[in-house]
Design a protein around this ligand. Structure first.
Ligand code: GRF
Length: 194
């Protein structure tokens, strides 16, 4: 079985798309071995518990350094022995140490056609720029922000009258399609490495 770990901070709809993919066999021979959130109130974490998945709330408590916080996350991940770590709306920057601990084994989904619009509020930025299209990207995580090698992208049109909300919803629908496909590709790639 291929082992997936999920890191999330909020709603968790991309996590659900991956969990559904595992359950339906769209992501075959895989299991979710850890769902980790820096936000104990994340709806995605509650969904993980409801689904009987190993769910870990690891908040960065006041006074806790980033290194100590990430060390806690790292211990949970190391114990879960994931083949692939999937960021699914995880709102913290992954340190170079964590990236290097799992080289080429961390993937992220981002709601723009990278390399255009890394960072936050990217749907609004695409509308404000007058772009005619947007989309989503699944990529390997490197030490930069939303900058690693691209695995898959999906385009969507930006329509007249679109708001940040309507465009985000149109992109999100495609995120849920593309993320399981990209995870399959990344798992195949990871397992083909010497
Ligand atoms: C998605 O738009 C994803 O692309 C971005 O954060 C959002 C997370 O949504 N990285 P959800 O928590 O998966 O519903």
């Amino acid at each position: 079985m291929r082992r997936l770990a999920i890191l999330l901070s909020g709603r968790g709809s991309n996590f659900v798309a991956l969990a559904d993919g595992v359950d339906s066999g769209k992501i075959p021979d895989a299991e979710i071995v850890a769902v980790v959130s820096d936000n104990p109130e994340a709806p995605g974490l509650a969904i993980a518990r409801e689904r009987g998945l190993p769910a870990h709330a690891l908040p960065r408590e006041s006074g806790m350094t980033r290194a100590v916080h990430e060390g806690r996350i790292r211990r949970v991940l190391d114990a879960a022995k994931p083949d692939l770590i999937c960021l699914a709306g995880y709102m913290r920057i992954i340190s170079p140490e964590l990236v290097e601990a799992y080289p080429g084994r961390i993937v992220n989904i981002h709601p723009s056609l990278l390399p255009k619009y890394p960072g936050l509020h990217v749907q609004r930025r695409a509308i404000e720029a007058g772009d005619q299209e947007s989309g989503c990207t699944v990529h390997y995580v490197d030490v930069g922000i939303d900058s690693g090698p691209i695995i898959l992208q999906k385009r969507v049109p930006i329509l007249p009258g679109d708001t940040e909300e309507t465009l985000s919803a149109r992109i999100l629908e495609q995120e849920h399609v593309v993320y399981p496909d990209a995870v399959n590709m990344a798992l195949a790639e990871v397992s083909s490495r010497p």
